[in-house]
Design a protein around this ligand. Structure first.
Ligand code: B4P
Length: 202
């Protein structure tokens, strides 16, 4: 692959068409996925954002999700999977998509694999962001979303360690995991992501 393969002017589309962003609460999945979306020109699906929109719109899905989110719990796998399965068939997702905050459990990852195999659109890369808990807690407290209260944050970290961290091994075994330090400014973190994409393609 040519070294300029990721230069957006020379080549707006890259071989990375389906990327998952993994990471603990506040690690910047949403922040970095938005930047990468602008850079790679692919769609962006944040399950957290989709669920918050449903809560605001007070749909049946939103009311169901809200019960879990406000306690810092993960929303049930079948509910989240329904959101993804519906969105992935949208026209803008067909060439590529950044999956931000999904999957978050092994059953979600297994169901996602089955869906991607069926659609013949494999995952290309999993970017796992990481930072220490005190740094993440400070970010979340200053963000101040309804699910960013101290007790809820502690529960979200617990759920991450129990349910989401096993995905690091799941994707490491498949050879598509890249771990990236998420401390520093958003620009510094994005530079690390860009450098990682460059190394993988060169
Ligand atoms: P998400 O919306 O995914 O939220 P998150 O993990 O808190 O945040 P993220 O890592 O995206 O951090 P962000 O960029 O916003 O999930 C919310 C909830 O939805 C979950 O707890 C769960 O209940 C539910 N849910 C979502 N997906 C699910 C799934 N698949 N299964 C089950 N349930 C699911 O950054 C955080 C803050 O830090 C921001 O204020 C940002 O500006 C700041 N920031 C980011 N990077 C920074 C940096 N480098 N330096 C300083 N500040 C930074």
């Amino acid at each position: 692959m040519a070294p300029d393969a990721l230069n957006p002017v020379l080549r707006p589309l890259t071989p990375f068409m389906r990327i998952v962003f993994l990471g603990p609460p506040g690690s910047g999945k949403g922040t970095q996925a938005e930047r990468l979306q602008d850079y790679l020109h692919v769609a962006h699906l944040s399950t957290g954002e989709a669920l918050r929109r449903a809560v605001t719109a007070n749909t049946a899905l939103g009311r169901e999700a809200d019960r879990f989110m406000k306690l810092g719990h993960l929303v049930p796998d079948d509910v989240v999977f329904g959101v993804v399965a519906e969105r992935i068939v949208d026209k803008d997702c067909i060439p590529g998509c950044l999956f931000d905050g999904f999957p978050r459990t092994v059953p979600q990852a297994e169901a996602f694999d089955r869906l991607l195999i069926e659609r013949r659109t494999p995952l290309d890369l999993v970017i796992a962001l990481d930072a220490t808990e005190p740094v993440l807690t400070e970010r979340l407290l200053s963000r101040g979303r309804p699910d960013d209260k101290p007790d809820t944050i502690r529960e979200r970290f617990r759920q991450y360690a129990e349910q989401t961290e096993p995905l690091l091994d799941y994707y490491r075994e498949r050879g598509i995991l890249r771990q990236i330090g998420a401390e520093g400014t958003p620009d510094e973190v994005f530079e690390r992501i860009r450098a990682t994409l460059g190394r993988v393609t060169s």
